[in-house]
Ligand binder design. Structure first.
Ligand SMILES: *Cc1c(COP(=O)(O)O)cnc(C)c1O
Length: 228
């Protein structure tokens, strides 16, 4: 892994995107998506000083967390089956993929038993691609009103994935819409508290995401496989 070189390069691109959009790079958390790496390589990433790491498979988290739990902040970014909640709970700091009420209820129930408060992003499927999880934007406000009543879940923000295409002008409106939805939730006051975070931007689109307000970007390929 040419980790150091890749990280420096990414940080420079983050800085430029911030300059273009009048933002402070400190507002943006870089999450290293370590799903491509084994336990040793994941440890190298943590030792290097990237302390936000993300996984998308429950089995991988269980294996890695066992060994590495004293280091870093853990993000779960994959689709979460309701019957896996029990195993996963307590082994991540942020869930990025809260995408249905049945999942929220299961998390809330289990979290309460363990006296945990789960920090979650609501995943929104703005592009409407059938291959992607997430609530439709039209469903979001009603979902928020219901989740508000589950007191072992703390919503921290919204998450989305853009289609995997080259055209920035296809991607940009999707990220912009996520920001507008966050603002709408806050303006309506329906959650009872303000949410700030936007988890958006991957290797091929993180600069556009930053320009549109991302606070957490999730990068794998560009860190671990060189340029994309
Ligand atoms: C794999 C993955 C990423 C990282 O994707 P790259 O294109 O490798 O940067 C980000 N978010 C989610 C939800 C992922 O599954």
């Amino acid at each position: 892994m040419q980790l150091k070189e890749n990280v420096l390069n990414v940080k420079e691109r983050i800085r430029f995107a911030c300059e273009r959009s009048g933002r402070d790079p400190k507002e943006i958390q870089l999450i290293a998506v370590t799903k491509y790496l084994d336990i040793d390589q994941t440890k190298q990433v943590l030792d290097f000083g990237l302390d936000h790491i993300a996984e998308n498979k429950v089995q991988q988290v269980l294996k890695k967390y066992e060994v590495l739990k004293d280091q870093g902040t853990w993000h779960f970014i994959g689709h979460l089956q309701t019957n896996k909640v029990k195993q996963l709970l307590g082994k991540f700091d942020y869930l990025h993929s809260l995408d249905r009420f049945s999942l929220a209820q299961e998390i809330n129930k289990r979290a309460k038993l363990q006296n945990l408060k789960v920090q979650a992003f609501i995943q929104v499927n703005i592009s409407g691609e059938t291959t992607k999880s997430g609530l439709a934007p039209e469903e979001l406000l009603e979902f928020v009103e219901k989740v508000r009543l589950l007191d072992s879940i703390r919503i921290v923000g919204l998450m989305t994935m853009a289609p995997f295409v080259e055209e920035k002008e296809v991607i940009r409106p999707i990220f912009r819409r996520l920001r507008e939805l966050r603002d709408e939730i806050n303006d309506n006051g329906i959650l009872g508290y303000t949410i700030h975070e936007l988890s958006m931007g991957m290797s091929n689109d993180f600069e556009v995401a930053i320009e549109e307000g991302a606070t957490f970007i999730r990068l794998g390929t560009v860190l671990f496989k060189g340029e994309v």
